[in-house]
Design a binder for this molecule. Sequence first.
Ligand code: QAP
Ligand code: CO
Length: 174
Amino acid sequence: MIRQIITYPDKRLFMRSNEVEAFDEELHRLLDDMYETMIAKNGIGLAAIQVAVPLRALIINLPDEEGKQHKEDLLELINPVIVESRGTQVYTEGCLSVPEYYDDVERAEWVKVEYQDRHGNKKTIETDGLLAVAIQHEMDHLDGHLFIEKLPYLKRKKFEKEWKKKRKKSGVKI
Ligand code: QAP
Ligand code: CO
């Protein structure tokens, strides 16, 4: 089932999500719905809070060289923790909860992450490049942070200006 994605400035996006304790059918249904929703909205990553569920769960499905997403490559991270990181990289990020805005964000180049899979089994992943960016972006959602909060002052102002212009155009508050 495709769920509704909540968008900026919804206050729920700024709240900390809770640890997953039950690796049950309800969690599996949530993860399956998140996947369906992410694909339907042309996303490559999604955190549970984006579908209004405050749990520490995220999914990532990066496209291949041809831009195709394969479900076999789907990553599901439950209760993830970054235990090591190094270097820096800059990537132009977007977010389904901040539609139609993209900007450069600096993050670690390499990360080591401990997490659980949908059955509660403990796993570790070491990765760099785009997957490291995606993991850090989605993990920020679990702590109530959006990529726009990482922008320098003037770029944040640019975002606010564009957002207000867009809101006015769409006819809110008239
Ligand atoms: C997070 O982002 C991410 O504005 C996932 O109109 C960002 O899936 C991972 C999207 C950067 C790695 C690098 C955004 C779709 C999707 C939009 C997304 C839009 C339609 C964003
Ligand atoms: Co996002």
